[in-house]
Write a protein that binds this ligand. Structure first.
Ligand code: URA
Length: 425
């Protein structure tokens, strides 16, 4: 094939055949198709879309670029969860041990944060001794013996996606639904899980701000999973407001442990339970008493075993930032708004996130919220605390949240819609 012909086909709203897509992905992975050509193709896809068959072919071609894992020898049902990412989204931390406590294997191959959304591995690395890099054998053994694992996805899964995602990141082509769906699902299908629950976010802190777009993304991914033999469902969940009260790394671990101890913020508990029920339904346990496992210590026991199995000390003190800055309410009233994206950007600027893939994160940096929209507040009351190791970071973080929160009269408060807006199967 001639790559320029394929680019012209997509540019002119045509469809690519299975053979053309297989060739393109293979040639790109080998370096025969250049980055500039793939960038043009990605932009044509972003502008003109892809048919269901093309998205399926693209996903399968990216899977074929690397290894496929299998949990067949495990003797347990496997179920995974993937979130499209948000602000304060630490749900994997309480969810994995909660679901694993029912005897289901939960392989959470996770990533690191880039930009304003945090990464699960960065959060867990605030626990002294905990390590993300496991061999496939170690992961398998831990799933068999403990039931849950959260570790870095090996570079062997869908290497074509790794290369393409890095290219999309610098060419304004991340936001194409066919590309996002094939990117996420190629890794999940190659991982070899039996079933998968997708937490597809919408709202200001999400990839897709509109619920219509996130519904389309969810539909595309659910179809890709089911077509490939992975039982897949999705929940569309609201990401207009940060999840929970902690945004950062160590503070998100702290909040997750509160949830595992039967407490924690209501929204984090609600979403953890909704996703756990969905995962256990796919794993053949529709009547599992999820709430009870959170309050009777079973989920906490599994958490401790998972952390220890990966070298971490579940009782160790978590890092605390050297400097804090408290923002207080300027009047009495009701907290009306608290926008996820600006708070995510502020936490990132405080050092909780990274600008380049190779940068370290500062585990103690982040934001602790003291009030959520709908809460009554009094003038002078703390609204949120910024934490950082370097005090010069506060100014730019404060700029990010300027106008992102507001206090008004109780009469102006309109309750938010449900956190879990829709279920897609
Ligand atoms: N996460 C991925 O893995 N790929 C995307 O394209 C977007 C989010």
């Amino acid at each position: 094939f001639d790559v320029v012909d394929l680019i012209r086909t997509k540019r002119d709203h045509g469809n690519l055949s299975t053979a053309e897509i297989d060739w393109l992905v293979d040639a790109y992975t080998r370096g025969y198709v250049g980055n500039e050509q793939m960038a043009a193709m990605a932009m044509a896809i972003l502008l003109n879309g892809m048919e269901r068959q093309e998205i399926r072919d693209l996903t399968l071609a990216m899977i074929a670029s690397g290894e496929r894992m299998s949990f067949d020898g495990l003797g347990k049902v496997t179920v995974d969860k993937h979130s499209t990412g948000g602000v304060g989204d630490k749900i994997t931390l309480p969810l994995m041990p909660l679901v694993a406590s029912f005897g289901v294997a939960v392989p959470q191959l996770s990533g690191r944060g880039l930009g304003h959304t945090g990464g699960t591995l960065d959060k867990l690395e605030s626990i002294p001794g905990w390590r993300a890099d496991l061999t496939n054998d170690e992961m398998f053994a831990q799933l068999r013996d403990v039931g849950g694992v959260i570790c870095a996805a090996g570079s062997g899964l869908a290497p074509a996606d790794k290369k393409l995602y890095a290219l999309r990141d610098i060419t304004g082509t991340v936001e194409a639904i066919p590309l996002i769906a094939s990117s996420i699902m190629s890794k999940k299908i190659a991982e070899g899980t039996d079933s998968l629950v997708l937490d597809v976010k919408f709202g200001s802190g999400a990839f897709m701000v509109d619920i219509e777009k996130s519904r389309e993304l969810a539909r595309t991914m659910v179809d890709l999973g089911n077509d490939a033999g992975v039982s897949t469902t999705a929940l569309l969940t609201d990401m207009n407001v940060p999840l929970g009260l902690a945004i950062g790394n160590a503070n998100e671990v702290r909040e997750s442990v509160e949830v595992l101890a039967g407490g924690g913020p209501a929204d984090v508990v609600e979403l953890t339970i909704a996703l756990a029920k969905e995962m256990l339904r796919l794993a053949g346990q529709p009547d599992a008493d999820v709430e009870k496992a959170l309050t009777d210590g079973r989920a906490m026991d599994t958490w401790r075993r998972v952390i220890e199995a990966q070298g971490g000390d579940p009782d160790a003190a978590l890092p605390v930032a050297r400097e804090t800055h408290v923002v207080t309410a300027d009047r009495d009233g009701v907290l009306l708004t608290q926008e996820a994206l600006p708070f995510g950007i502020a936490a990132w600027r405080l050092g909780a996130g990274r600008a380049r893939a190779q940068d370290p994160v500062q585990h103690a940096a982040g934001i602790d919220l003291h009030a959520k929209p709908g809460d009554a507040v009094k003038a002078g009351q703390p609204l949120f605390t910024l934490s950082a190791d370097e005090p010069q970071r506060f100014e730019r973080a404060l700029e990010a949240v300027e106008g992102a929160w507001s206090i008004g009269d109780a009469a102006d408060w309109t309750p938010r819609g449900p956190l879990v807006a829709e279920r897609i199967e």
